[in-house]
Design a binder for this molecule. Structure first.
Ligand code: PGA
Length: 251
């Protein structure tokens, strides 16, 4: 089973509208005809401007979060209907920064995934352990419960649309990457878990990314692992040159 690699740039709270346009003017002309799927996830305020620039290109647009309801009294939130109208293709769900600073739980992550799927948005679902959890030796059980809770009541025909991202919290923005073999170990366990919850055919179709200090210098080694299907990249996705280098790791 060959899964198409996916490189997603999570800009977090970086880049203004002007900077977004500048980035895309520099990046898009080079990014034609690449053999990987590319997704850029700018802040909400830049999604419309980015969508205009991305029209007619192969680069997809993603949001960094959403509410699960279509509309209502949720001050400061953005709904899947609003994202779809932009149009966004993807949405990051359950990033560790959302879980840590904005009280997202496995339960809200599950609600958001179901809502994204209903609205035809492709969820990039983040899971990952803290340094304490890794040192305690509970990485696997923690990640497997995050995966199982994320997928609660989600039917197997929807699984192909879900992308997982394994992002060890201690590797995010720290310059410390999990070794390729450590990342492979967790990611292959996630695939086994999906096979156990659904079936191996389904599990073989789901793309699972690694995230956490991915850079042009380490992406090749990570991508050589059998189960790592791409990367969710923060810092190194902010500059057109390094993001382009990441998207061309296989050239
Ligand atoms: P980083 O962030 O590449 O800056 O470590 C990754 C992420 O948080 O998605």
């Amino acid at each position: 089973m060959s899964r198409k690699p996916l490189i997603a740039g999570n800009w977090k709270m970086n880049n203004t509208k002007t900077e977004t346009i500048k980035f895309l003017d520099s990046f898009l002309p080079k990014a034609k005809g690449l053999s990987v799927d590319i997704v850029i996830c700018p802040p909400f305020t830049n999604l419309f401007a980015a969508a205009e620039k991305l029209e007619g290109t192969d680069v997809k647009l993603g949001a960094q979060n959403m509410h699960w309801e279509d509309k209502g009294a949720f001050t400061g939130e953005v709904s899947p209907v609003m994202l779809k109208e932009i149009p966004c293709d993807y949405v990051i769900i359950g990033h560790s920064e959302r879980r840590q600073y904005f009280a997202e739980t496995d339960e809200t992550v599950n609600k958001k995934i179901k809502s994204a799927l209903q609205h035809d948005l492709l969820p990039i679902v983040c899971v990952g352990e803290s340094l304490d959890q890794r040192e305690e030796g509970i990485t696997m059980s923690w990640i497997m419960s995050q995966v199982e809770n994320a997928l609660k009541d989600i039917p197997s025909q929807e699984l192909e649309k879900i992308v997982f991202a394994y992002e060890p919290i201690w590797a995010i923005g720290t310059g410390k990457t999990a070794s390729a073999s450590d990342a492979q170990e967790v990611i292959s366990a996630i695939r086994k878990k999906i096979a156990e919850l659904y079936c191996s055919d389904t599990a073989e179709k789901v793309r699972i990314l690694y995230g956490g200090s991915v850079k042009p210098e380490n992406i090749k080694e990570l991508m050589q692992e059998a189960d790592i299907d791409g990367a969710l990249v923060g810092g190194a996705s902010l500059k057109p040159d390094s993001f382009y280098a990441l998207c061309t790791f296989n050239l």
